[in-house]
Design a protein around this ligand. Structure first.
Ligand code: HEM
Length: 122
């Protein structure tokens, strides 16, 4: 196996992992809605005034847990997709696959914005 094929295999499995994680983030969004936890964290992009990533774990209780963990999972999806697109730009020869990667980044930004506006415009 050449170096190139090894890196493309890794990229493939990273893409699969990202897809599975995204599915979990969608499930977590559904849990926010079904538990009526949509406004448990009333501000965005901060969480009760904290930087979202520094919000104390001791306060992740009840509906706040579902809303806050959904935001963190959504952010992780964004980070995974950024890493995936970097990998695609470096190792993927097919143009349409690279375009698909950029479309995924655009979609997740729009979805994140929709989530944030849902909170801010409540
Ligand atoms: C990867 C990005 C995201 C995905 C895939 C995603 C997905 C979802 C899904 C599937 C739902 C359930 C909708 C329903 O059952 O009708 C949901 C709800 C929700 N999401 Fe997200 N979301 C993302 C990002 C965000 C972000 C960044 C925020 C920031 C505040 C957010 C806040 C919310 C809120 C407040 C709800 C509950 C809406 C309600 O019950 O009225 N989401 N999300």
């Amino acid at each position: 196996m050449t170096d190139l094929s090894l890196s493309r295999r890794l990229l493939h499995w990273f893409a699969v992992f990202t897809a599975i994680f995204t599915w979990l983030a969608v499930i977590s969004g559904g849990s926010v809605t079904s538990r009526n936890a949509g406004m448990a964290v009333p501000d965005w992009p901060t969480s009760f005034g904290y930087n979202m990533f520094l919000f104390p774990v001791s306060r992740w209780v009840g509906p706040i847990f579902y809303e806050h963990s959904h935001r963190l999972m959504a952010s992780t999806v964004g980070i995974l997709l950024l890493a995936l697109v970097v990998g695609l730009m470096l190792r993927e020869p097919r143009r349409w696959v690279k375009v698909l990667g950029w479309c995924a980044i655009g979609s997740v930004c729009l979805q994140g914005l929709a989530g944030g506006l849902r909170v801010m415009l409540n």
